[in-house]
Design a protein. Sequence first.
Length: 490
Amino acid sequence: LVVVNARGVQAAGFADVEAAYAELYGDPEATFVTDVTVNDPSIAAQETYEIVRVEPVSVASTSTAKIDSQVTFSDVELAEDASYAVIEQGGDVADPIVEFTADEDMKAEAQEGGVVLEKQTFAVYSADDDSLDFYNRAQVPAAGDAFEGKTATEVYTGVGGYYDSSSKVPWLAIKSSVASVSVVDYGINPKYTANWFCNMSSCSSMDLAKLDTSQTIYTLGMFSDCSSLTDLNVSSFDTSQVTNMNSMFSNCSSLTDLNVSSFDTSQVTDMSGMFYNCSSLPSLDVSSFNTSRVTNMLSMFNGCAALTNLDVGNFNTSSVTSMNSMFSGCKALNSLNLINFDTSRVTTMCWMFTGCRALTSLDVSSFDTSQVTNMSSMFYNCSSLPSLDVSSFNTSRVTNMESMFQNCSSLTTIYVSDSWSTSKVTSSNRMFNACSSLVGANGFTYNASKIDATYATTDYYLTLKEAAAGASVLSINRMVKDAMMQALAA
């Protein structure tokens, strides 16, 4: 302790004591005193917490929580513009419950009766690097502020509401400019992520590892039209509460890697368009999907043009009503196991296999089509199929068979049963158009002028399954007889 008088200070060349102190120790910090209340689910009653200054590290205040989720610190002296962390007593400053800066806004709040700190989720777009980053913090920057080393060009609060279309997301105006997305903080657990990143066509990078989806119920359209993404890591997603995955990855046309093998889909009812036009994906593992509640699979894999194999053998489709365009445009698909498909509730199968031109076999023998009304273009351009057995098909309710087998240029035989009927069909234009190899049981060959449902009988293009089986038996018997006659002649 050094004691000096005013004369000594002046003799040393200083105007006053304050000037001498400032020269020796620097200007004293400006401070303000306030009560600080922290609200956070992690706070437990009877536990003791500290407000700690981050640099230099020092404890500013200590308090014990009286109730869960809230702790109050009284008469805390805070240095202006200093950084602080609220931690459990003895905890790590690097892993705070809440962190904050004692800035001008906080000082103003203190003058109005005390500071309340509560985390909220917000997003910041920076035009510096066209990034959209998500945070979970007690203090939200203002647009134009310097934040996390760049300019906060736009700031979006209230993140996590239900946006039923891409035009309603808060960042609508900048979505086409976004080049990267990152979830910076833990604790972001939205109920809805519907259309969050929809139409971010310039975005090539997403880091979502810290996103907590354990309470999320809607992911429809979440990544729709992210056409520049080449890979997307969603392996950490907890989808156990999700009910709607409609168009979740639709038009992610540059994706070459997507791992959804860990998805819990047990609550999902809508998978329509889920992978629509993921045209660059060479593989996709959906073998573990629980589809027991799914009612809509419309266009689920439509346009997955690079897929060569797809295992849907474990799909429970007993609740599905629409399979419209389900595999349409899967032009590289060379095998498809549908043997366990329960289609007893399906009402529309139009365009279901359109353009599956690499398939050389297709087993639809398990299909119950008794509720189906629309089969238009169902097998359109399945140009490599040599035969097709639809003998399980009950078509008594079908009204539309337009282009049903069109461009099946390799098809020689279509097997049907007595359940095949065209009595309700009102539209059948081009039903057999370009089926140039097709031959009916009675030897009727393709005629380009006879291609509608009038010729969808066993008198023309179709072959009765039982008759085919009988013919095979007769053929075998004939061969055996011929062999015996040749043996006797020898």
